[in-house]
Design a protein around this ligand. Structure first.
Ligand code: AMP
Length: 271
C-alpha cells in the first residue's frame, strides 16, 4: 500500500508515525524534523540553506515578518506583521475568530520577498543519485486575492490575510539557476544523512523565493512527496531528460520499490 507521507503528517503525530511497524518508504524519522519549527531550522542550517532570520520575541520585530503556526498548517492562520503592536493586534484578532488558540506557540521569521519556487527532488539511495524532478508555485488565499484589489481598498480592510494553499502551478527555472538547485538538494541530502539517519531518501521539496538578484532564500522544506508534483502526472520537463517514458513522482517511487525488491535491498529504502 502506498500512503503519501503528506497524508500521514497532516493526520498523525510524529510519535504515531514513528510507532508504525510496517516498513515505510522514505525516512519516517525525518517527518518530526519537518513538523517542529526549531528542528526544521536546525536541519536547514546544517544543509547550508539560506534561511530567513528568525525573530525570537515579538518585541524584536523591526522589519516585515511572517508569523507561522507549528506543523504543516498549510499556511492557514499565518499573518504578516511590521512591529510588536501590529503582531499583538493580528494575533488577538485571529484568536477571537477561533483560527489561533491562546496558548499556541507561534514562529516568527523575516519575510522574504521574491518569486516563489518550490523545488521538487528525488534521492535514490539505490543509485546514490539526486534527481531534480521539477518546480512549482503555490497559490495561496487570501494573500493573492489581496494583491488583486487597489491599495485604497486594501487599506480599508480589517481582514488578516492568510496563506491557505489552494493549488499549484508549474514554473520552469532559468537554466543558469539549475546548478545551484542541485547543490542545495545535494547539501540537504548530505545534512540529512549526518543528522537524521538514514537520511533524505525518496521525494522531498525545498521551498523558497528568488529575489531580484536571483538569490534564493529558503523558508521551508517538506521531507516527503508534495502536492505540487501532481502537476507532472505525465512526466516533468526535467524527468523527460532522465527517463525515456512518462514518469510521475508516484511512478518514480514505485520504480524504486520494485528495483529494491528485485535486488533484495528493501531495507535501504524503508524505515
Ligand atoms: P510554509 O508553511 O512555511 O510553507 O509557508 C506557507 C506560505 O507562506 C509559503 O508558501 C509562502 O507563500 C509564505 N511564506 C512562508 N515563509 C515565508 C517567508 N519567510 N517569506 C515570505 N513568504 C513566506
Amino acid at each position: 500500500m502506498l500512503i503519501p507521507h503528506g497524508t500521514l503528517i497532516a493526520q498523525m503525530s510524529s510519535e504515531q508515525i514513528e510507532s508504525i511497524k510496517t516498513p515505510i518508504f522514505g525516512n519516517k524519522w525525518i517527518l518530526r524534523w519537518e513538523s517542529d519549527r526549531i528542528m526544521k531550522e536546525k536541519l536547514m542550517r546544517e544543509a547550508k540553506l539560506p534561511v530567513p532570520k528568525p525573530v525570537l520575541d515579538s518585541k524584536d520585530i523591526n522589519t516585515l515578518v511572517i508569523v507561522k503556526r507549528q506543523g504543516a498548517a498549510g499556511g492557514k492562520g499565518y499573518f504578516l506583521a511590521a512591529n510588536q503592536e501590529d503582531y499583538n493586534k493580528k494575533r488577538e484578532q485571529l484568536i477571537t475568530q477561533g483560527i489561533l488558540s491562546k496558548d499556541e506557540s507561534l514562529y516568527i521569521q523575516e519575510y522574504a520577498a521574491g518569486v516563489l519556487a518550490y523545488l521538487q527532488f528525488f534521492y535514490s539511495p539505490l543509485k546514490e543519485e539526486l534527481e531534480f524532478f521539477g518546480a512549482d508555485q503555490r497559490h495561496e488565499s487570501d494573500i493573492e486575492g489581496m494583491a488583486r484589489i487597489p491599495s485604497e481598498q486594501q487599506l480599508k480592510s480589517n481582514k488578516v490575510p492568510s496563506f491557505n494553499v489552494i493549488g499549484n502551478s508549474p514554473i520552469i527555472l532559468r537554466e543558469s539557476l539549475l546548478d545551484e538547485v542541485y547543490t542545495m538538494g545535494e547539501n540537504f541530502v548530505e545534512a540529512a544523512k549526518r543528522i537524521v539517519s538514514p537520511g533524505m531518501n525518496g521525494p522531498f521539496c525545498i521551498e523558497g523565493v528568488y529575489d531580484e538578484n536571483a538569490k534564493f532564500t529558503s523558508f521551508e522544506f517538506s521531507a516527503r512527496i508534495v502536492a505540487g508534483t501532481n502537476i507532472y502526472m505525465d512526466g516533468s520537463p526535467y524527468y523527460s531528460l532522465l527517463f525515456n517514458e512518462p514518469m510521475s513522482m508516484g511512478k518514480r517511487i514505485a520504480r524504486e520499490i520494485k528495483t529494491a525488491k528485485e535486488t533484495n535491498q528493501l531495507d535501504k529504502i524503508t524505515t
